[in-house]
Design a protein around this ligand. Structure first.
Ligand SMILES: C[S@@+](CC[C@H](N)C(=O)[O-])C[C@H]1O[C@@H](n2cnc3c(N)ncnc32)[C@H](O)[C@@H]1O
Length: 822
């Protein structure tokens, strides 16, 4: 394989160490382990093909995870050291030879799973490999199509590239379910994503062009260097490697600010200009007006002075400023009405005679219909645009790969869901036969659609996009927290039914615009009724989960007056304090929210805001946002991941020596920011602030030293294989000694022998046991001349051999010198 240098920063991470510890040949093993944990495809597979398998860590995992006696065939360009129970051979997966070899090994069987972790060995000795990764994926898919059984699984690595979406589309045609994911062990800096395709459709006939890179990737356009891309992601600068664009040989471009305000394509000005000017040689009225405008603040002037250094948010501010200026100039903006726009553009406005009623009605109907079709068309366009943007963003690495596949989740959103209905507190109204319930979002959208489409759309899209990202993030977080809560409840033996969680209710309530008739009061009194009620009624009656009851039963709560108040008081206080906008809750829901809020804040601030003092594997929840299970320890079992950061060590030391208690940790979560005024501040701002307003905890010398020692000890430890060999040796020696002892005891008790004879025999036995097997000589071959860079046995060398290079020799000598000096 393209063996990676293990020297780069971060190369020797925890997975590298774990791989070393567990005897895997590469840290890549954990990727398959985690993929299999999530999708569980190996357990049910009897035949697996591993394409691009060297050095073989995936095959090691397959052997462990598959049923005994399964067939595992691995192939790679590089040789693979034998693994018991696995067939491997050396070949190029893009060749017919490889196909034939696979057929030979599989005989008449079909594979249940085909794995592919191939990456072209660019820049190493294997230059013969001219395929790029996407093409390699297509080649592996070709083999998968040939060898997979119907319903089989294909797991492949794909890099974020221009061909990514094309590949995903092809997978979608051939498999029932396609999911792109990034296991935690895959480095964030790596562009690799793993795609798990399940339920192979096994089509009878497949057009070969389908899997031909030439046709499959044919209609890819370079979308990266658009003006929008430059404004949306200004950090990605495209060098002019291909020279300047035709007819445009200017490096520095200045444009009057008035041109930017008046232009119908502000994005292209922002993308292609260095500076916006507020003065010009010729007197300009609009420039003077812009210069005097109060909205033209110093900040805006500074932005205009150098557009090339601006980021997304600054561009956004400039676009907003432009909108204000356009309004001041009376130019059409989104807010101005349609007739005004028409007039601006010099369209003719015909005088319409008054119509009779029926004609007017018909006209209105037609207008409504037109509006409806226009709206639908616009929505479709918007959707397409969104998808296209998403694709672009994926290609431009603006979206984390975990977000891929969210789209399929959105499909569910469009369907009628009991849970959504319940979240929006619509159950009561529907039960009463009231259907006029609108959520704020559709209303907003409708309003938006009513407005005319102006050239400011891009500006708004910037806003929308930020909001969309934020909403998606919030949604994911809410789901994640809900999942954790549900799990905790399940652990306690409670089940909250299929009703939404409190968090969900809180968030969704904000969006709901209720009927403004008299029903408000009574529906509020009743509180949101779950559609599917709790099966465990007792828990709900008590108002607290078992976990919360235990928590509040602690002595420390006895003296706190606030907690002894009646439920209703608690409720009122809660609302007063910081849940002004929270929905009115039923009695039963109040206490869990208090406890939940306390623990949530504490854990949030401990684990997220104070990100650093983390004991790995300890504070992590069972599952992270993307559904990946974190290293989880079962009861009584030691966590498989240790304390690996100085901060975590400091925390552990403080806890162990009693300097800090878990109670302190909760206390530390409260600071001057805990109850700050959040009204009117956007959530993304608060969230961002939260991340940076945390205190840096000092790390003592002892903690730093301890973690250093720990790492050193871990590195100094022999690998699993060596430890096993040492243990075997020790065991055999003990066995030999035991045997010797028994034999000498027998001899000592032998009656027919004299004492001298006995002594001689025992001495002989000991002498024999002491004798070491003669050391087999190893021939040292220097990697020089014809032996340089060879693989396998050098010509003319028999018996055991070792290839060394001159540097090794020099290093050995240096080591000896150093040892002598000591
Ligand atoms: C990341 S490594 C695979 C690691 C492997 N999954 C493991 O767990 O040990 C990628 C491998 O792809 C192999 N490769 C690249 N192009 C290939 C080709 N055309 N045919 C076969 N193997 C190829 C390389 O030799 C390299 O060993």
């Amino acid at each position: 394989m393209g063996f990676q240098k293990k020297t780069g920063k971060g190369r020797l991470d925890k997975y590298y160490r774990l791989a070393k510890e567990k005897g895997y040949r590469a840290r890549a093993a954990f990727k398959l382990l985690q993929l299999n944990k999530k999708y569980d495809f190996l357990g049910s597979s009897r035949v697996v093909i591993d394409l691009c398998a060297a050095p073989g860590s995936w095959m090691q995992v397959a052997v462990e995870a598959m049923p005994k006696g399964s067939l595992i065939v691995g192939v790679d360009l590089s040789p693979i050291k034998p693994i018991p129970g696995v067939i491997s051979f050396q070949s190029d997966i893009t060749t017919d030879k490889c196909r034939a070899e696979l057929r030979r090994h599989l005989k008449t069987w079909k594979a249940d799973t085909v794995l592919h972790d191939g990456a072209p060995n660019v820049g190493t000795a294997w230059i013969q490999d001219s395929f790029n990764q996407a093409e390699l994926v297509l080649q592996s898919l070709k083999l998968a199509v040939e060898f997979l059984v119907e319903g089989g699984t294909f797991v492949t690595k794909v890099f974020r590239s221009a061909q990514y979406n094309q590949l995903l589309w092809i997978f979608g045609q051939l498999f029932e379910k396609v999911e792109a994911t990034k296991p935690p062990s895959s480095r964030n800096v790596s562009a690799e994503i793993f795609v798990v395709c399940r339920g192979f459709k096994a089509p009878r006939h497949l057009d070969p062009r389908f899997l031909d890179p030439k046709t499959a990737f044919a209609d890819l356009k370079d979308t990266k260097n658009t003006d929008e891309a430059r404004v949306y992601k200004p950090e990605v600068k495209k060098r002019k490697r291909g020279g300047y664009e035709e007819g445009d040989y200017t490096l520095y471009r200045e444009v009057p600010a008035s041109e930017f305000v008046e232009s119908t394509d502000p994005i292209s000005i922002l993308a292609n200009t260095n500076r916006l000017l507020f003065s010009s040689l010729e007197p300009s009225l609009s420039l003077a007006a812009l210069d005097k405008m109060p909205a033209t603040t110093l900040e805006i002037r500074q932005y205009c002075a150098d557009l090339k250094v601006l980021g997304r948010s600054e561009f956004k501010k400039l676009l907003k400023w432009r909108m204000v200026a356009r309004e001041a100039f009376g130019l059409p903006t989104k807010k101005t009405s349609q007739p005004a726009t028409a007039q601006e553009e010099g369209e003719e406005i015909a005088e319409v005679e008054s119509m009779d009623d029926e004609l007017k009605l018909q006209e209105d109907l037609q207008a409504l219909k037109d509006k409806d079709t226009r709206q639908k068309k616009k929505e479709r366009k918007k959707e397409n645009l969104k998808k296209q943007k998403e694709i672009q963003r994926i290609q431009m690495h603006m979206i984390a790969p975990m977000e891929i596949g969210i789209e399929s989740a959105q499909v569910e959103k469009d369907m009628f869901q009991l849970r959504t209905l319940e979240k929006e507190k619509a159950a009561n109204q529907i039960a009463k036969g009231r259907m006029a319930i609108l959520s704020e979002r559709p209303k907003k959208e409708a309003l938006q659609d009513d407005e005319s489409e102006s050239e400011d759309e891009l500006n708004d899209r910037l806003e929308d996009e930020l909001d969309q990202h934020w909403n998606a993030y919030q949604e994911r977080r809410a789901n994640y927290e809900a999942k954790i809560k549900r799990r905790k409840q399940e652990e306690d033996g409670e089940w909250g039914g299929l009703s939404g969680t409190d968090e969900e209710k809180e968030s969704s309530d904000d969006d709901v615009v209720e009927e403004s008739d008299d029903s408000d009061s009574d529906s509020d009194d009743e509180g949101p009724k779950p559609l599917l009620t709790d099966l465990d009624g007792a828990g709900q009656d008590a108002g607290l989960s078992k976990r919360a009851t235990k928590f509040f039963d602690q002595d420390i709560f006895k003296d706190i007056p606030g907690l002894e108040q009646s439920d209703s008081e608690c409720q009122a206080e809660e609302e007063d304090e910081d849940m002004d906008d929270a929905p009115v809750l039923g009695k039963a829901e109040v206490k869990p929210i208090i406890s939940e809020k306390l623990t949530k804040r504490a854990s949030k601030r401990n684990s997220k805001e104070e990100a650093s003092p983390r004991v790995d594997g300890e504070e992590d929840e069972d599952e992270n946002e993307d559904g990946w299970e974190n290293e989880k320890k079962s009861a009584g079992e030691k966590p498989s991941i240790d304390i690996i950061t100085a901060e975590a060590m400091q925390l552990a030391m403080d806890l162990a020596t009693g300097k800090r208690t878990t109670h302190d940790l909760t206390d530390e979560a409260f600071d001057k920011y805990a109850f700050r005024d959040r009204d009117g501040l956007p959530e993304w701002f608060l969230d961002d602030e939260g991340k940076h307003s945390n205190k840096q905890k000092p790390i003592t010398k002892a903690a730093a030293q301890a973690i250093k020692e720990k790492t050193r000890a871990l590195n100094a430890r022999p690998i699993k294989k060596v430890r096993e060999a040492q243990a075997r040796k020790k065991f055999k020696t003990a066995q030999r000694l035991e045997k010797l002892k028994k034999k000498s005891d027998l001899l000592a008790n032998e009656e027919g022998m004299t004492e001298k004879e006995k002594a001689e025999s025992i001495a002989k036995l000991i002498g024999k046991a002491k004798k070491k097997a003669p050391k087999r000589s190893v021939k040292v071959v220097v990697a020089r001349g014809a032996n340089r860079g060879i693989q396998g046995r050098p010509k003319g060398v028999k018996g055991r051999y070792k290839i060394v290079d001159s540097r090794m020799k020099k290093e050995m000598r240096a080591l000896k010198r150093i040892a002598k000096r000591k």
